[in-house]
Design a protein around this ligand. Structure first.
Ligand code: ADP
Ligand code: UVW
Ligand code: MG
Length: 396
């Protein structure tokens, strides 16, 4: 197949993208970029394969920085980079596939409708991915589109990990633990299999720490358990989401404070987590630079839950051979990695501080019982990998 494929990753705080040559596979992107800081101060940057900057733009406070407007700008720019006949497919990251989508699919009207029905379970992500699909369909109707699911990687989870302790009728209608960040975990599993097959075959906890954050317990490269569940709210403290929360708090807000469901949804998705704790920003970079006591308190809670979560995932695996950091915080925040690993010394974690500061691929101390690695997230590559065969099928 010839032509260009666009991989689009609609995250909660970012729109990441990459352009691949279909006949060269998903290994090397021709262009990579992202709009980060969505919801705060958006910043677009894109680079070519040699790392040269192709475009850089910052949005000021007065400009339209909504997801929709930013997507429009991005698609226009991508248009300017690809001739009309050149773009042959767009692959999308779709956060929630529910029970029905456990493998990538071609997007058609029925798929769009089924994915639309899952929007209430992922309001921070799903609508943006679907908007992107509609925008591409309107703008380039001849371009085939695919949906690649975050939930799919967790289809292998252990049976108890899939369930809530609720009456089975609810499970039968889909109230189950699905798990997310699956495209990122797929990339980590593939990367480990390439660079460290012995570790890939073992018991590994992967910490995807970005604006959204979760943990995955992987045995032999397959998901056994994960910290997110029915929605992308559960588990770790995130930029604007609280992570694990006693459901009694929701009842209290509903019954005693008479909050509307909409107000509670806003609290849980947009006003909690690091942002809620500090009353300011949910951006870890800014918190690490801050001298405010609230910033340190928020980081302390983030680390408390992270270490607790890694312990829980190690228990799900019956031991731990490796810990992998990925995502914006996992890749770039050395102090967070250092403090998390210090808390986990009892599990056999010990860092080589210089390697950690330099963000080397392996950051554990030589001879430490648990290998600690950094694997840069690349959900776009997984999207391209999963989309290419589907696009080629219809191309024949
Ligand atoms: N150098 C850094 N130090 C600390 N945190 C960082 C750094 N670079 C990025 N981050 C954090 O990474 C997060 C975004 O991660 P990313 O995985 O790109 O987000 P998304 O979940 O939207 O895909 C932000 O909270 C940002 O503060
Ligand atoms: C599932 C999820 O939270 O994704 P992100 O980290 O991109 O917000
Ligand atoms: Mg992300």
């Amino acid at each position: 197949m010839r032509g260009t494929i666009l991989a689009l990753n609609s995250g909660s705080s970012s729109l990441k993208f990459a352009l691949f040559e279909a006949d060269r596979g998903a290994r090397a992107a021709r262009v990579r970029g992202q709009i980060e800081g969505i919801g705060a101060t958006p910043h677009l940057i894109a680079k070519d394969a040699a790392g040269a900057c192709l475009i850089e733009r910052r949005w000021s406070a007065g400009e339209d920085g909504t997801h929709e407007a930013l997507l429009g700008t991005l698609l226009d720019w991508i248009d300017s980079q690809t001739g009309a006949a050149e773009l042959v497919g767009v692959g999308h990251r779709v956060v929630h596939g529910g029970r029905d989508f456990t493998a990538p699919v071609r997007v058609d009207a029925a798929v769009l409708a089924a994915l639309e029905a899952l929007c209430p379970l992922a309001p921070l992500h799903q609508p943006h991915a679907l908007n992107a699909m509609r925008a591409v369909a309107a703008h380039r109707p001849q371009v085939a589109q695919t949906a690649c699911f975050d939930t799919a990687f967790h289809a292998t989870m252990a049976e108890p990990a899939r369930h809530f302790a609720l009456p089975p009728d609810l499970a039968r209608e889909g109230v189950l633990r699905y798990g997310f960040h699956g495209l990122s975990y797929t990339h980590v599993a593939h990367t480990l299999a390439d660079i460290d097959p012995a570790l890939a075959a073992g018991r590994v906890v992967v910490a995807h720490l970005g604006a959204g954050a979760s943990l995955c317990a992987m045995a032999g490269g397959r998901s056994v358990d994960t910290s997110m569940g029915f929605s992308a709210l559960d588990g770790l403290v995130m930029a604007t989401r609280p992570g694990a929360l006693d459901p009694g708090v929701i009842l209290y807000l509903l019954q005693h404070k008479h909050w509307s469901p909409e107000r509670i949804e806003t609290l849980l998705y947009k006003e909690s987590g690091l942002k809620g704790l500090t009353g300011g920003t949910g951006d870890m970079r800014a918190l690490l630079e801050s001298t405010e006591p609230a910033a340190e308190a928020a980081i302390a809670l983030f680390l408390w839950r992270l270490a607790q979560g890694v312990g829980a995932m190690a228990a799900a695996l019956g031991g731990l051979d490796g810990l992998v950091f990925t995502g914006g915080i996992g890749e770039h925040a050395a102090p967070i990695r250092a403090r998390a690993c210090a808390r986990l010394a009892w599990l056999g974690l010990a860092l080589d501080q210089a390697a950690n500061e330099a963000a080397r691929p392996v950051i554990s101390a030589p001879g430490a019982p648990v290998t600690v690695r950094i694997v840069p997230a690349d959900e776009e590559r997984v999207i391209a990998d999963q989309s290419l065969p589907l696009l080629a099928e219809t191309d024949r």
